[in-house]
Ligand binder design. Structure first.
Ligand code: HEC
Ligand SMILES: [Cu+2]
Length: 339
């Protein structure tokens, strides 16, 4: 019953507080990589438009001619000149097709090269690991205590090259933030890398683009492109250990976290919880959304998620947590203090 109530209340809260999950648009590029892809899109679009128009014109001409001919008796005579013309027409149509396809092939190879070839000095390096069904995001640093780990929210500085190293913990996923660059597969056991560089500040939505199981559609992410100052501020906050709870309720909440199953799957740096099966929660309250952009990060949504995640994302690796109402309340207060 309690879970039921929580679920209803979190739905209400979720509806009442719309959160901007960012946007994405293939035709509104915010990065040179996406700009190149958009350019290719329009070139192919206009070539195909011309082909379509020519075909319609040819079809209309043939139909008009056929009407005139059909009123006469069919000629059953050798027509060498006609055969010659037909062969010529077929041959030229075939060559035009092959040439057109070849031009498109060359253009897409060139675009691919341009997308990959952009490079610059002093990149920010990010490791993205796909999980069923969320994104683990790490900013590696040679000093372990300077490494940042977060989930589903990728902060990047503007006009700075970003190198993304990819991997997957389970099945093949595909990273796709259409306003920024093309799709990149995340293949288990195989690390690869790609570049991007965002030119316009904003929140850009992304989505897993390779079917990866039941909750594939609920595997969203956002890329938050901000000024270098804001990015550094964010980094400094994320590097810190989890905030010490300051109220008695938050202290109780941390106790609940550390005495329940949570610590078998989650990390909160600065506490005994150090498992990596689920997202790092050290700064969970700093994120706008939870569960890979499925819910807004509000008290109601957190409570609903913790009690019965299977209801929200059936199949997720997080198990239900039937907590006493007071414990749940305290736990949510604690999680919300983890800025
Ligand atoms: C069996 C492992 C497991 C246990 C136990 C577990 N979780 Fe999770 N948790 C996960 C996984 C996996 C996800 C990611 C789910 C997704 O987004 O699809 C997750 C997601 C979350 C999130 C959302 C984080 C984000 O940024 O999206 C919160 C908050 C959370 N868990 C809190 C808890 C709390 C509190 C407990 C204990 C009451 C708990 N979890 C117990 C595995 C677990
Ligand atoms: Cu997927």
């Amino acid at each position: 019953m309690n879970a039921e109530l929580n679920f209803v209340s979190f739905r209400l809260v979720a509806q009442a507080m719309p959160v901007d999950p960012g946007h994405h648009h293939v035709l509104q590029p915010a990065a040179p990589q996406a700009g190149n892809i958009e350019w290719l899109y329009w070139v192919v679009f206009w070539i195909l438009f011309a082909v379509f128009a020519l075909m319609l014109a040819g079809f209309a001409t043939a139909t008009a001619k056929a009407r005139v001919i059909s009123s006469r008796p069919l000629p059953i005579i050798e027509d060498e000149e006609g055969d010659h013309r037909a062969r010529w027409a077929l041959g030229s149509a075939l060559s035009i097709t092959v040439i057109t396809l070849f031009v498109i092939l060359v253009l897409s190879v060139v675009t691919g090269k341009r997308v990959e070839g952009l490079s610059s000095k002093n990149p920010v390096t990010i490791q993205i690991t796909g999980h069923q069904w969320w994104w683990e995001v790490t900013y590696p640093n040679s000093q372990a205590d300077q490494t940042i780990t977060t989930a589903n929210e990728i902060h990047v500085p503007l006009n700075t090259p970003v190198v993304v190293l990819t991997n997957s913990a389970d099945v093949i996923h595909s990273f796709w933030a259409p306003s920024i660059t093309g799709k990149r597969d995340l293949v288990p056991g195989y690390s690869s890398a790609f570049w991007f560089q965002v030119a316009k500040a904003g929140i850009y939505h992304g989505q897993c683009a390779e079917f990866c199981g039941l909750q594939h559609a609920h595997m969203g992410l956002s890329v938050i492109a901000e000024t270098a100052d804001k990015f550094q501020e964010w980094q400094q906050r994320q590097i810190k250990l989890a905030a010490e709870p300051s109220t008695s309720e938050a202290i109780r909440g941390r106790g609940v976290f550390l005495t329940h199953a949570c610590l078998m799957c989650h990390t909160i740096r600065g506490t005994d919880a150090g498992s990596h099966l689920g997202p790092d929660l050290t700064h969970v309250a700093s994120r706008k959304m939870i569960a890979a952009e499925t819910l807004p990060n509000t008290a109601g949504a957190l409570a609903g998620w913790i009690v019965d995640p299977q209801r929200i994302k059936p199949g997720t690796l997080m198990s239900p947590n039937p907590l006493a109402p007071d414990d749940l309340q305290a736990l949510v207060v604690y999680l919300q203090s983890l800025q």
